[in-house]
Design a protein around this ligand. Structure first.
Ligand SMILES: [Mn+2]
Length: 441
């Protein structure tokens, strides 16, 4: 069982004891991260908690259909909170509470309806931090929270953290963890947790079920990716029973794209190139393309998936995108025969994971020429990796199914400053063993 009963109990207890809870997903936020944060918000609010839910980016308009989206906030005032408490056990009933401002003074005026208020009934509490628990979701490490983390380092170092995730690369930061690398999405982890608590189970409304299903649908690409397990399908079925609005999710996630996005995708798909002998497929989006189509480089998110489903029969897929800050980024995915993390590191000082990695290039003359040069370097590297694989003393590869199914559900990697990490799921029992071994700290 990936989530231990003691971990689940500890997490539930922490929520029970907390009063002011902050929820935050990774920067370059995706649907799983945002849905997870909003699902926590929705459940903990019902438990009477004072909740703050953060979107550490500009709010993604495409996800504004998510229930409770309007409660997302982009920053916090991490300042002190000073609480003045009136003890009403002596029979005092409150009529009004107001304040007046004088020069250098704020007067808080309490008018009792019944009884009297004495000095001894008043107490003060100063909290160092505005929150007593931080819930970090769908993030393999704290640095993935981006500037929200670096701007609030004090908060993160003084407040207990509950780390809820499904990335195998999770560094197990925080005092409390709920990490299940066999789960297809962070929302699947949340579902397992919520269902273990009889009281919480009751609170999973159709809205919350919709949030949980959104994460599951997007992280499995509608159950197309091999991270889809029997368990994910079972969870999805249960969520539908609970009223999750699957059609609404599909409509918003897959069928609604801004015109600029469609145009830039069209341009990139039109420009696909392939070397069938080397088994590499690539495309590129230049700064001129972006300007011409009125698109931003962020709109190429998801395009690599499209490239892979357009031409699945290759070992490496690469998308080169010039970025607004200068330079270009390359995102790569690979089949099990090529380790793109090694390739990115060796050739370009990038990195990521074996099946998904990326790199950035800052200095170059002509973008298209540089792309051709990178492809040449990658081909040479792929060849040498295959050569190593053919030699008998090679370390055992991770056994997996062949063909398209072997591609992991992977997002652009963290090292290139894009969205989070590898989401490696079991595809066969033998893979599960490796996954659980790797998952140990
Ligand atoms: Mn995820």
């Amino acid at each position: 069982m990936p989530l231990s009963p003691s971990e689940l109990q500890a997490a539930t207890k922490a929520i029970g004891n907390a009063q002011r809870i902050l929820m935050v997903p990774h920067a370059n936020v995706d649907a799983d991260g945002l849905s997870s944060a909003l699902a926590c918000y929705s459940v903990f609010t019902q438990l009477g908690k004072d909740c703050t839910v953060i979107c550490p980016d500009t709010l993604p308009e495409s996800l504004d259909f998510l229930p409770n989206f309007k409660h997302l906030t982009q920053s916090i005032s991490s300042d002190q909170q000073f609480v003045i408490t009136l003890d009403t056990s002596g029979g005092m009933e409150l009529d009004t509470l107001r304040y007046t401002v004088e020069e250098n003074k704020v007067n808080i005026i309490v008018t009792p309806k019944k009884g009297t208020l004495k000095e001894k009934d008043i107490s003060f509490l100063s909290t160092g931090s505005s929150f007593d628990l931080l819930v970090v979701v769908d993030s393999a490490e704290l640095s993935l929270l981006g500037s929200f983390y670096t701007d609030n380092i004090d908060l993160f170092s003084t407040t207990p953290i509950l780390n809820i995730d499904h990335h195998i690369s999770n560094t197990r930061f925080g005092q409390l963890t709920l990490i299940d690398p066999t789960a297809a999405s962070a929302t699947e982890v949340l579902y397992s947790w919520f269902m273990t608590e009889p009281k919480w189970k009751e609170m999973v409304t159709a809205d919350i079920a919709t949030l949980l299903l959104t994460g599951l649908i997007t992280d499995t690409r509608s159950f197309q990716n091999p991270n889809t397990t029997p368990r994910s399908l079972e969870v999805a079925a249960n969520l539908l029973d609970l009223g999750a609005r699957q059609q609404e999710i599909i409509q918003h996630i897959y069928k609604t794209k801004p015109l600029s996005t469609l145009k830039i995708w069209g341009r990139a798909l039109n420009r696909i190139q392939m070397d069938p002998d080397a088994r590499i497929v690539w495309s590129s989006v230049s700064r001129e393309d972006l300007t011409e189509m009125g698109a931003t480089s962020k709109e190429t998110a998801g395009l690599l998936d499209e490239l892979i489903s357009t031409i699945p029969d290759a070992d490496v897929h690469v998308l080169f995108t010039e970025i607004e800050e200068g330079g270009f980024k390359a995102s790569m995915r690979s089949s099990v025969t090529v380790d793109v993390n090694r390739a990115a590191g060796r050739l370009f000082g990038g990195g990521g994971h074996a099946r998904a990695a990326g790199f950035k290039v800052k200095q170059y003359g002509n973008f298209q020429l540089k792309v051709v040069e990178c492809i040449q370097q990658l081909k040479t590297e792929m060849q040498s990796q295959r050569h190593e694989a053919d030699s008998p003393e090679r370390a055992l590869p991770v056994p997996m199914r062949t063909g398209e199914a072997q591609k992991q559900a992977i997002k652009p990697d963290a090292t290139t400053g894009e969205t989070a990490s590898v989401e490696m799921k079991k595809t066969e029992s033998v893979t599960t063993d490796i996954v659980s071994k790797l998952a140990k700290p």
